[in-house]
Design a protein. Structure first.
Length: 114
């Protein structure tokens, strides 16, 4: 019976993440997210790595390379919310060094009329 509990807990910990497939949000631009259901036992940073690996596989299936645009993490807050990660990326022919935008991909343009 003790072995059953060990297998059960191990299985639950290993299967405690859910992710979205890359969703097209623009020209060669995709969004993907992953939720960590492991609570305080989960590593939110690892979800970001998983998303990047999945994004790389997706872009490689298109014959392109992943170029990271934005990335964000939310920590687990016990009893309030599960943690997780989101990334926005482009599939390009030749990826350059990633340039993480400080505005997290949201730009505001102010138009001044003179």
């Amino acid at each position: 019976m003790k072995k059953f509990y060990i297998y059960f807990i191990t299985t639950m910990l290993l299967s405690s993440c859910a992710s979205t497939v890359p969703i097209k949000i623009g020209a060669n631009t995709y969004y993907s997210s992953k939720t960590n259901y492991a609570g305080i036992f989960g590593d939110v940073g690892a979800t970001t790595g998983d998303l990047i690996v999945e994004g790389n596989h997706f872009c490689e299936s298109l014959g392109k390379e992943l170029q990271l645009v934005t990335q964000s993490n939310k920590d687990n807050v016990p009893g309030v919310r599960f943690g997780g990660s989101t990334i926005t990326f482009k599939c390009v022919n030749n990826a350059s060094d990633p340039v993480m935008r400080s505005d997290r991909g949201i730009s505001t343009v102010e138009i001044i009329h003179k």
